[in-house]
Design a protein around this ligand. Sequence first.
Ligand code: PLP
Length: 388
Amino acid sequence: MDWSSKIADHIARIPRSGIREFFDLVTGRKDIISLGVGEPDFVTPWHIREAAIYSLEKGHTTYTSNYGLERLRQEIAHYVEGFFRVSYEPLKEVLVTVGVSEAFDLALRAILNPGDEVLYHEPCYVSYSPCAVMAHGVARAVPTYKEDLFALNPEVLEKAITPKTKVLILNFPTNPTGAIAPPETLEAIARICIKHDLIVMSDEIYSELRYDDVPHVSIASLPGMKERTILLHGFSKAFAMTGFRLGYACAPAPVISAMMKIHQYSMLCASITSQEAAVEALLHGKDAMIKMRDSYHQRRDYLVNRLNSMGIPCHMPGGAFYVFPDISPFGLSSNEFATRLLMEFQVAAVPGTAFGPSGEGFLRCCYATAFEQIKEACNRIERFINTL
Ligand code: PLP
């Protein structure tokens, strides 16, 4: 059979993730220091793993409610109220999913009609545009700029809105720039969303990983915004639980119920083992999370200072675990810079263009890597730029 003509047109048109494409180059190579993959280098804290083991020991090996364990939804609602200052009804406004990834996909599929436009600020997480297209939407990037520290500029946003725009995706702190949105910017964005009747999908997966004592503000907590926001969060980053594949959506009941329709037929439920571990994370995971965050904080400061002192301009990102240095002064494209750094000096970092065209001239370095590795990577990067 000729499968090339059998694949759905809108899927065939989606390009492969730039990150994966780049990391194919790394496969099988020795001595590579990776600042590439956006994943905590910590193992999930022991008490959380122990809760997972205990869940299995007790023989909890069944499906759960499609919405997720009631106990977990209650703890999520409690945590979200304390951390994001927004209250949700645990039985109707919370859906437990397989990572933020699934929550994100469900939300788009639940709200988009073919041709509806989805705006997102770029450079951005690699999944946003493909997921919008897979849900038959039209993905449209709104560029962000180094001068604004990659926070979304409300004026630029408003100019991008058309009568077909239905959804705005926000992600603060941002992957890959580490950007945070100052409260006044978030308020201006909220006013625009209300004025143009937009739905906001707010991916707040890095919200605990904020530095410099700046508290996280969710757009859902601003006046008039809870009713139009789908808040997406999960356990992967702050609790170092990527492999547990657990996330959730909090939103008004009608959209949760629409998302649930898709979830029950496509996924059924998230793993019970992961859900029981997540209850433990929410109840007792704060200390371990703060320790990990403090360690990222130290690494961020070191990496940003080293890059700037060797002559690579790099803003101080407010959150997540990425730095996004400006490599344009060296006269190479992002892709050339990253490929040569990898091939000649064995440091893997991701070209900014993997996160959209507005990432040209930048490089994403993830600092969720051992301190010694970061130091050595900096030594190699310095040697590399001295050859240019
Ligand atoms: N959203 C952003 C911004 C991410 O960076 C990632 C993973 O890197 C995800 C979502 C996926 O999260 P999860 O592991 O919860 O599916």
